[in-house]
Design a binder for this molecule. Structure first.
Ligand code: SF4
Length: 500
């Protein structure tokens, strides 16, 4: 008798062909039909008795919190969106939906859907999920949370989509309270700030996560003005706690991805990494599996402790066939020390804002020497940005051309302390912005084939999928090359694209 169903849209219900970073394709404009997108980037994850064998880490934390608060395994089911209609019964009282980008308003989706002129997959699939007929037919209460829930904090949008409650921030305490209220038939508050959970209220996962992703720390504390306030509370999980979650995943057939906003700062007291703690963490992980990945790190941490990168590469035998390189997401955001000082001075600590471009260059050198390939973001149109700031960023991107990496330019989206400022849109783009966009895309086109090649060699994959991925890369390269010439001159190529 399932009372509570936890689900997420299809873009969050996949192992992404064993490459977690392929998950970012969900933010791309829907150029290829959804069946092809699903085949290459987002195949469905396996099921066990109608429930997900692997689920989003956030869903697993809510599932564990519900079980810890007295719900039984029969009460709670984590199911994929394509089984929602058949799982909902008259006994179902609540559906909890985890979101990342439900309306396609996140930085990556807004950027690429404007450039591509098509809706992002994220919002297409969220719409499909929220339109599941039985949700309305059975009057099930809908509670939405996750990193993208800020996009739904408008009562008109909630009413239109049939959402009863939106949780912003952490869910371990607040989401469980809401579920209990819904089951008791109480009226739910529409928009709720999630209570920050103390470590003892964050239970360990009970079931495996997608790609083996587990949290090693929560929050950040660097205080970038465009980031969400929930990032202010920085906490690290004990190593035993992390290893128990890792073991559970490994026994279920996946590896480990350590997740934190900066994995290198695990157990650091300030902004300089605690080398021994991070080395211990990876050493313990390596005893369990050779398949260890990381989600995010920071350039400032790399430069503050270069020996740490070297030691981690040794532990993980980076350069071997099973681990050709390490990749993780990392923010460059800007090449302008002035913008760093005004919007994100914590990002460069323990260094001073003026040092930022040199920190980024030095970090790339250290990473390249140790076979780390950063997947980087850049923000275009931050408030107060001047042409000189864009020029400095452009210079930095040109300097980074010799380092194997991916640089993803993102249009500014007003979040955190910058809520209320305008979104950056294509009509705000100056010739310098076009040059910068073109420089990033050219950089990526230069490196994507070799990164994909190394990556594809390291995993077992159906030759048909391997071939399809290579064809998509070649197609994108061919399609974009003529337009990059226009962008290098500072020209908007979209009018040409549209008439092509
Ligand atoms: S470093 Fe990243 S996670 Fe931390 S505050 Fe800045 S943007 Fe947020």
């Amino acid at each position: 008798m399932v009372k509570v169903i936890l689900t997420a849209d299809k873009t969050l219900t996949s192992e992404y062909n064993k490459h977690v970073f392929l998950g970012f394709a969900a933010c791309a404009p829907s150029f290829i039909p959804t069946w092809l997108y699903e085949l290459i980037f987002c195949p469905p994850t396996p099921l066990e008795d109608g429930r997900l064998r692997y689920a989003h880490c956030g869903q697993r934390k809510i599932e564990a919190s519900l079980l810890a608060s007295g719900f039984s395994e029969e009460d709670v089911a984590v199911v994929p969106p394509w089984l929602l209609n058949q799982t909902i019964t008259k006994d179902t009282k609540v559906i909890g939906i985890t979101t990342h980008d439900p309306l396609g308003l996140g930085p990556a989706s807004t950027t690429f859907s404007q450039l591509g002129g098509k809706e992002a997959y994220t919002s297409i699939y969220f719409r499909r999920l929220i339109s599941t007929p039985k949700i309305r037919d059975y009057g099930v209460k809908v509670i939405v949370g996750g990193a993208g829930s800020w996009q739904l904090t408008d009562e008109r949008i909630m009413a239109k989509l049939g959402i009863d409650s939106v949780v912003i921030g952490e869910g371990e305490i607040t989401a469980v309270d809401l579920v209990k209220k819904a089951i008791a038939g109480e009226k739910l508050p529409m928009i709720v700030q999630g209570e920050v959970a103390p470590m003892e209220r964050i239970p360990q996962i009970r079931n495996p996560t997608l790609n083996g992703l587990i949290e090693i720390a929560r929050g950040c504390g660097r205080g970038c003005r465009f980031c969400t306030p929930t990032m202010t509370h920085y906490r690290c999980f004990p190593i035993d706690y992390i290893m128990q979650e890792a073991r559970l995943n490994i026994e279920a057939g996946v590896g480990i991805i350590f997740h934190a906003e900066d994995v290198l700062r695990y157990k650091a007291k300030g902004f300089t990494p605690n080398e021994n703690e991070v080395v211990d963490l990876f050493t313990e992980g390596r005893k369990l599996t050779s398949s260890i990945g990381i989600s995010h790190f920071a350039h400032a941490s790399v430069v503050a402790k270069p020996t740490l990168i070297e030691r981690l590469s040794e532990i993980m035998e980076v350069g071997s066939r099973s681990c050709p390189f390490i990749s993780g997401q990392v923010g460059i955001e800007t090449g302008s020390p002035r913008i760093i000082a005004s919007q994100m001075k914590g990002k460069v600590k323990p260094f001073a804002p003026e040092a930022w471009p040199d920190v980024v260059r030095e970090s790339h050198q250290i990473l390249a020497q140790n076979k780390w390939i950063p997947a980087e973001t850049l923000i275009i149109g931050l408030p107060g940005e001047k042409p000189k700031d864009v020029e400095q960023t452009l210079d930095l991107i040109y300097d980074l051309g010799k380092y194997k990496s991916l640089i993803v330019p993102l249009f500014f989206v007003p979040l955190g302390n910058l809520q209320g400022k305008g979104f950056f849109t294509l009509k705000d783009a100056t010739p310098l912005h076009w040059q910068l966009l073109g420089a990033c895309i050219s950089h990526d086109l230069k490196w994507v084939p070799s990164i994909a090649d190394e990556n594809l060699k390291a995993v077992e994959m159906n030759p048909m999928k391997r071939w399809a991925i290579k064809q998509v890369i070649r197609y994108i390269d061919r399609r974009l090359t003529p337009y990059l010439k226009l962008m290098a001159e500072g020209t908007n190529p979209l009018t040409t694209l549209m008439t092509d």
